[in-house]
Design a protein around this ligand. Sequence first.
Ligand SMILES: NC(=O)c1ccc[n+]([C@@H]2O[C@H](COP(=O)([O-])OP(=O)(O)OC[C@H]3O[C@@H](n4cnc5c(N)ncnc54)[C@H](O)[C@@H]3O)[C@@H](O)[C@H]2O)c1
Length: 320
Amino acid sequence: MRVMVTGGFGVNGAWVVRELLGRGHEVSVFESRDDTSLVEDVAGEVELVVGDIREAGQLAGAVSRLRPECIVHLAAVVECERDPYAAISVNVGGTANVCAAATAAGVKRVVHTSSKAVYAPATGQRGFPVYEPISEDDDLRPTGMYGITKVAAENVLEWYGRNSAVECVSLRFATVIGPGKLQRHAGPVNTYSSMIELPASGRPFTMEHGGDERDGVIYVLDVADAIARVALAPEPLRHHAYNVASGSTVSISEFADAIRGIIPGAVLDVGSGTNPMNMPDPYYMALDGARMEEEFGWRPRYDLDRAIRHYYDLVTSRPS
Ligand SMILES: NC(=O)c1ccc[n+]([C@@H]2O[C@H](COP(=O)([O-])OP(=O)(O)OC[C@H]3O[C@@H](n4cnc5c(N)ncnc54)[C@H](O)[C@@H]3O)[C@@H](O)[C@H]2O)c1
């Protein structure tokens, strides 16, 4: 199958590209920059179009020329509070351009990467200390701009799904861990990456508070597997949204303990309490992943120890 991946050179996109190539598919990448630092091993195997998803004509031209059967849409802005207008134009306007280009070119399916942020803030039973698993049919009332843009983008996709021949679906990821986040994402979202990458390079990790907070985390290779299964599924999809999550949670203290067990001499000083990332609203939660398992047979292949070990091997250049 021919698949176009928007944002295919990013933290998640890099593994989506590898997963699709590994399964024998023809991959093109639509990216705003030709920074191949996260995909050096496979960059030569994809057709790259450098462009901006906000430019409808540019995107439509690439889609009509490359004729993908599926578009996996990852290009987005993750830090949205500083410049909300830019975030809306990329995450919502860009998604509308993807849908319009897909419709015009007869693309069969668009797979959009959404987020647990659509369920935030995780207050009451959804948050500390209960973390009741959240299913896809639960309420979406995000207060942060990132979650707001993801819900709006999902609504745009749903409209195209109802009113065009393109099948549109959104995958809502739990907190993703994987190499590249430190380089690509500043601020609190790279907490888990810092916890692994600082000790991996012999540096200490310190967190004043937050060790008791739990969250659902998922390894980036499992994200890529989930995306590939949905993108390549031969049957029509039964839903417009799927959580991609293990269903369980891990506390920051447990995460630190797991790292200490894997990285020799790791120094992690983690204080107790909640809200390790100092988020304005509770952002830590458990997603119910049953729908993905039932329909696609997908379960995470990387438990916490295996994910940390693989991540550590990657950043210390000792691939397992
Ligand atoms: N990393 C996570 O924890 C996480 C969790 C849930 C959902 N997601 C979603 O997964 C997707 C990918 O996330 P990521 O962590 O890989 O992000 P990333 O920033 O590493 O990758 C995004 C890529 O999109 C490209 N891009 C950005 N704006 C563009 C534009 N206007 N036109 C063309 N390309 C553009 C960037 O160059 C970048 O390579 C995003 O949609 C994100 O919201 C990520």
